[in-house]
Every structure is written in C-alpha cells, then in structure tokens.
Design a protein around this ligand. Structure first.
Ligand code: SAM
Length: 401
C-alpha cells in the first residue's frame, strides 16, 4: 500500500468551479479553468448534518459525528441525555434543538416510538434537524433542486409532519412550519443529501458499511450525475481538527476549462437498468451519458443477469473520457477497441479493487511543486494505490458488465 504524500484535502488554488445553467439538467458546475487530476475542486462545510439513525447517536458525536471515545470519556447531552459528545468543545456546540427536545420527549421514549424503523428514522431525523436551522440555512436548503415525489409505499410526508409536531414543543417550531414546507424539505433531502459513512476498519465487510450521518452541502448539491464521472467526493469524518465533516471533491483526471464536472450519485459499477431506475425514481431524469448510450444497446441477459445493483463488473477493454473523451484521459492500454465495452479502462483505473468495495479511486492532489502524485485513494475504504500497480493490474481486476 502506498503512503499519502500530502493532505488529500488541500484546497485548490483559485476557484475551480463555476455555476452554469445546462440545458435539460438545471444548474451544474463547470470547470472554471483547466484542472489537473487529483486537484481539490471543492471543500465545503455542511449547511445541515443529521444522524443516519437513532443508533448512530450511541456511536458518533452528536455535534461533529466523529466516532465517540470509550463511554467514560464521552459526555452526554445535559438536556436529553440521549446524545453524546466527544469533547467539551462539541458539548458546548451542542446539537439541533428540535432533535434534543424530541429525544427528551416521553422520558426519552417518544422518538423511538414514533420512528421504530430506520426507514422512518432517517426522514424524521432530517426534519427535526432541518427545522432547527436558522432562516438563512433553511433558505439555502430550499434553494436546491427537488427530487420527484416519493414512490407509493414510502414514508409519507403528512405522517412525518404530524410526528415532528408531536415530538417538538410548539414554541420551538419555526414560523414557517407547515405540511407544505415539510413536503418541500423532504424533496430536498432525497435529492441532495450525501452520506457520511461509518469508518472502515480492515476486515470489515465493505458491503455492510452504512452511513453514520447525512449532510447537505449547498455547492456540492449542484453537481450533476454522470455514469462515467470526472470527479468524486471524499469524507474524512474522523480526522482531527476543524472541518472534519466538510465534503472534499477531487478531479479523477484532467478536465478542460468549460467542461461540466459530474459525480456519480451511487457506486459506478451499478448495471444499466439499476442506474436508470434509481435516477428516474430518486432524481427524476433518464441518463443519456456516453456509457448509458452504449449499455442501452446491450442485450438484457448481458446487462442484467442478477438483481444486485452493486454486483461487480467484469470486462476489459479500452478507456474513454468521463463525458465525451475530450478531457484529459489518454488511451493507455492499447488492447484495441471493444465496441461493446469501450469504457472498461475507466473501471480498471478508477474503481477500487478491494474485495467487496464499491468506492472510486481518485488521485491525491498534485504536490506543492506541481508534480502529479501518482497515488490513488479510495473514497470508501481509504486504500491507497500506486498508479503503476493500477497499470500492472489492468485487465485482471474483475470488472464486469
Ligand atoms: C443534486 S441536483 C444537481 C443540481 C441541479 N441540476 C440543480 O439545478 O440544482 C440533482 C438534480 O439535477 C438534475 N440532474 C442531475 N444529473 C442529471 C443528468 N445527467 N441529466 C439530467 N438531469 C440531471 C436532476 O433534476 C436531479 O434531480
């Protein structure tokens, strides 16, 4: 395993991104200048952070979401006694007031009774934390694009609204609190929240890694999706110092000024039909990226011979750019064209090969002297891999289609 030569969150020099209206996609982020592989394009604090489940409260600090130290060293919230803090500074910063009130409700049993399953806990915890925000932060969330209405059977907004009203004292509810605002907020959560994952420990089954918290980042929420992204995001929640929950987005490869910078909204190894289903249901669009145009022509049995969305891909071939082949990815493997799978190079180079991992490998930022790092970091398991190992392994990494 390679070692990290420098802080992988180092900010890029100058603003690397600008917002633009993109036909058929709403707003998006374009490279404001030529960007080099590994550059930090964005490092941004969250406008809203909330625990993924009620169980998260016993493992992670209620203020900064770092893993809690041993029980004796963690301080419980003096009001609700259900949340815990990792340090006196976090205890002083406290946690969202409506969440604290809801955790105290009914002697501490009210929230657990209202949200018996994780599927209900996630949106209810989101609402309690969002309704605790000051007006400008709530406004920032409401300015984001909305996800389509949830599918039938999903937790309905009216029930969640009633639960918030029952759990939070009336005098603490903000002036605009209403069923319509609850519907609007939930649509922002579904389309824009990023998961901050549990820490990966060697030997853990990566498939079972869950979110510890969710976060909304106003600028990062403007990244559109591409199934061959040219950037990916990292979280470093357990690192020391301030800004541990900031999102960090890095370029996978060189990007020419004016090109759109896109991330993938889910693991890049998902199959065509699973990707399209998810994008339509949760984000309201049909993806027409280069990869989808090719894979839409694959026969059903090539594409979908199993139901698991995240089955690993297995194929080899040649590379292409993330969004048209014009942004810095050079053809390197020389294995010749495979018309059925022209993007295989992307998976060999940018998909983590740790067993069961579905993370993306992004180069570390260029060194202060401008040299490229040639070390890739997985945004899920954290594995560091030297570029020459990626090249040596090419064609043997078990990518699939
Ligand atoms: C996280 S937001 C991205 C920013 C958004 N375009 C905006 O205007 O604020 C997700 C939404 O952007 C749009 N979007 C993202 N990627 C897209 C794509 N590849 N094609 C079409 N629309 C896309 C969809 O409306 C989706 O629900």
């Amino acid at each position: 395993m390679a070692s990290a030569p420098q802080n992988p969150t180092t900010a890029a020099a100058g603003d690397a991104l600008r917002v633009a209206d993109i036909p058929g996609r709403g707003r998006g982020l374009l490279a404001a200048r030529d960007v080099r592989e590994g550059e930090v394009l964005l490092s941004e604090p969250a406008v809203l952070l909330y625990p993924a489940t009620l169980a998260s409260l016993s493992s992670y600090c209620a203020a900064c979401f770092r893993s809690l130290p041993a029980a004796a060293a963690a301080a419980s919230c003096a009001s609700c006694r259900a949340a815990a803090f990792c340090s006196p500074a976090c205890a002083a910063a406290s946690h969202p007031r409506l969440l604290c009130a809801a955790l105290s409700h009914g002697g501490g049993a009210g929230l657990a009774a209202a949200a018996p399953t994780e599927a209900v806990q996630e949106p209810l915890l989101f609402l309690l934390c969002a309704y605790s925000l000051p007006e400008p932060s709530l406004g920032a969330i409401l300015s984001l694009s909305s996800a389509p209405p949830p599918p039938p059977g999903a937790q309905d907004a009216a029930t969640l609204h009633v639960a918030v009203a029952a759990l939070a004292p009336q005098h603490m509810l903000p002036a605009g609190f209403s069923p319509d605002l609850t519907v609007a907020l939930l649509a922002k959560d579904r389309g824009n929240s990023f998961a901050i994952m549990e820490p990966y420990r060697p030997g853990m089954l990566l498939e079972l890694l869950k979110a510890r918290a969710y976060a909304v980042y106003p600028r990062a929420s403007l990244f559109n999706h591409d199934c061959l992204p040219n950037a990916c995001h990292f979280d470093y929640a357990d690192r020391p110092g301030p800004g541990n929950t900031d999102i960090v987005v890095r370029a996978l490869h060189d990007i020419t000024e004016g090109r759109e910078v896109c991330i993938s909204y889910f693991a890049a190894n998902w199959r065509y039909t699973d990707r399209q289903r998810r994008l339509l249901e949760d984000y309201g669009f049909r993806c027409e990226c280069d990869r989808c145009q090719i894979e839409s022509r694959w026969k059903d049995d090539d594409d979908n011979n199993g139901d698991d969305a995240d089955d690993a891909m297995e194929e080899e071939g040649e590379e292409d750019g993330a969004d048209g082949g014009d942004d810095g990815m050079e053809e390197e493997d020389g294995t010749g064209a495979d018309d059925d799978f022209p993007h295989a190079y992307f998976f060999v180079r940018y998909l983590c090969d740790s067993e069961g991992c579905w993370g993306m490998l992004a180069p570390l930022p260029p060194l202060p002297n401008g040299e490229l790092s040639h070390v890739f970091e997985c945004n899920l398991c954290g594995k560091l891999r030297k570029e020459e190992d990626v090249v040596a392994d090419e064609g043997t990494t078990g990518m699939a289609h």
